[in-house]
Each structure stands twice: as structure tokens, then as C-alpha cells.
Design a protein. Sequence first.
Length: 475
Amino acid sequence: MSGFDRRSFIKASMGAATLSAIAACAQTAHSQAGNSGYSGKTKHSSVMGLVVPKMAEVRVGIIGVGERGSGFISHFCNIEGARITAICDTDPLTIERAKQILAQHNRRDVAFYGSNKHAYRELLNRPDVDIVIIATPWDWHYPMAKEAMLAGKHAFVEVPMALELAHLWDLVDTAEATQRNCMMMENVNYGREELMVLNMVRQGLFGELLHGEAAYIHELRWQMKEIERKTGSWRTHMHTRYNGNIYPTHGLGPVSQYMNINRGDRFDYLTSASSPALGRAAYAKREFPAAHGRNQLKYIHGDINTSIIKTVKGRTIMLQHDTTTPRPYSRHNLIQGTNGVFAGFPDRIALEKGGNGNYHEWDYDMTKWYQQYDHPLWLRMGKEAERNGGHGGMDFLMCWRMIYCLRNAEPLDQDVYDGAAWSAVLPLSVASVADRSNSKDFPDFTRGAWQTGKPLGIVGAETTGAKPDDSKNVG
């Protein structure tokens, strides 16, 4: 990939700055009018289905190699055609661990940055970086992704993509102005179960889709004990800043792909309600001395948040967040159609036609369903993904697919419009909770392009990249 020259970089920077100012002004105006975001026209082309020239080699820069970012080091070292050229992190201990991981893969020709909080800009200025992986605390996602695109790089951002509607609009505008990818890396879309259900949906197994249920239910109070470093050192404070759904995308991403959100349908509006915020304060009182900082915080995020999303086509999605109460893990992963339903945790299915003939009881035996509907991508790469790990292999498969698309001039499976729509749940749910659960409109980040957007197909896995499984036949 050819990078921007100086003139192009300055031009793109000025253009994106102007777009950002327009977005901020429009956001303020529309918010005052009761609208959830500006939807003004842009002179730039859409990046829906964006295809960039083939890359023989994808040169990777990683910003943030802590709890999430360290896994990306191993993944990209194990993907043919990917080469890590630069890493940035402000924690010396984290940098040292990254060097050890690279040494295990015999990769020592990597530049490191981290002298200050803006050292990532030195990484962005390197000509030997094509894509930037951003795995930092959430507040940094938006500025780093924007600056990466302005520097001529493709941005790949951990979830959520941004925390404010104006920032989400700015990333959309910047992606369009620079014609660069900005993908929020929703790894759960690459889980085996989610891929199988997508295949089922595409083959019409559930009939016409009506309703979905998604969640992030994962007890994480223990992260409050991470004080100086690791995820809890900053994520705990999100429970003092917001009351809504602060982490919606793991469950919502797959359901959105089942429903062709932004590709034939889109989110219309949301209503949200939160339970009392009791669990974090009680945990702090039980686990920390009275004078400890964790007992001085005011936790306002409801222990359980429930949101209902209505789509333009009339479908509904129930979305939940709970990282506080003592309960088993779940993402729900439920999709209901006119012919039946699939639900996860545990996986189960009930169909009127095509099942065991009794849709009044769940069928928990997934063996036959995997035999018939396992996704071609998992059939080809599943064992390699499981060997490399990362939440059962979904992390590796996501990274592999990203590199594959860039090396083969194919559009990415997720684009900036997906990341914006899924991430918008955070600010919209906060606004709804604060307004007695009144509904809040989703912006149309696609500016109408959702009506003609091509649904995500059942993508296969060709021979480029990590060595494929030969043990299963790919139909």
C-alpha cells in the first residue's frame, strides 16, 4: 500500500478537521432538537464495501500490548503475510513482555515506542506501517483511530469504537475523507457458534427473522482489585461515569449480522432501563479498607441494564449488560424467526420444520447441526484458530480474516458504519436511562446506503494465510 505524501497528508488532515467541526456543530444542533446525531451529506465517497489494493505483505503497528494487545502479537506472528514492525505502550513492564513474546517467535526487528502518552504518533509516522491495531483504554480509541487514518493507515480498533456520538460521526467522516478502513474488532463475530448460526440464517433455517437477544453478562467485580495496571485500573471508573450499557457489542455484533443491520435494515431507536447500582459499592465495602480509593468512588452504573432496539423493518433486539452480579457468563445469542429459534449458553435449537418435530422442547444436541451448518470459514481454519487460541480461536480467526481481506483486495467483514452503530448503544442507552427510558433515535451513519448495502455472505477461507485444515472438506 502506498502511503500519503506530505501534501496529501496535510490535505486530508485539514479536510478531516473541517468534517470534525461540522459534525460537532451539527451534533449540538440536532441534540437540542431531540435528534441523536447529524446526518448531513458528505462530498466524500462511502466506504461501504471499501476495497484497497492488494498487499503482498501487511505491516502491522500495535498500540497497546497489555491484557488484550499482547495476544495480538502472537496472532500476527502466526499469520502468513503479516509482519509486526512497531509497537507502542507506555508501561515498561508491558513492553518487556512484548519483547519476550516476539523473541519466542524469532521476531526481533520491531521498533518500540512509549516515552510519553503521545508516543504512538511516532509509530503512526513510520512508512513501514500499513495497519494500526488499537488495544488501549477506551478513551483513547477515538483519537488514535482518527489520527491513524489521517496518517494514511487503516485503523483496527478494540471495542467500543468510541464513547460519544459526535466522535463516532467523526470516525465515519474521517474514514470517508481518507478512504481508509476503520474496523472495530468485534471478535465474537468469528466464534464457531456465531458463524454457524449466521450460516443457518443465510440458508433460511429460521424463516423470516423477527427478534434477537444479545448480552454481555460477565461478573467482573474482581477487576476492581487491579489498581495500578491491567484492565480494572481504568475500566472500574467507567461505572462512575455512565449509567447505561457500557459494553454492548459482543452480543450485539453477531445478532446484527444475522439481521443484516446496515445492509438491508438498520437500527431505528432504542429504549433503555437500568436497575439500582448496588453491587460495586457493596463489593468495595467488603473487599477494601474503608479509607481505600475504591470506597470513595460513586458507582452509578446500574448493575443490570436492559435495552430494547427497534429496527427500521420492525424487528426487535433485547440487549443486556451485567458485569456486577454473581451469575454465570452469557451473551444470549438468541435469534427468533417464523420457523424457530436458536439460543446460546447453552446452545440449543427448536424448529417447526426441519428439527426433531417438537418445537415445544429444546434440542441441545448440536452435533448434527454442526455437521450440516458449520461455517466454511471455521471448517477451513477452525483447528488452526483453536491452536492459536484467543477466546476459543475467535481472536485468531478475526486477525487472519483481516489480513486475508487486505492481501486479496476484498472488503472487510465489518466496516466503520457497523462499529459506529454498535458502539452508539452506549451514549444512547445513557441518554435513555437519564430520560425515564424514553426512546432515542439511532443516527443513520450510512447516510441511506444501508438500503442498498450488500449483506455479509458466507465467506470462505482460501489458501492464503495460516495453513488450512486439510482434515475437513470445504464445500
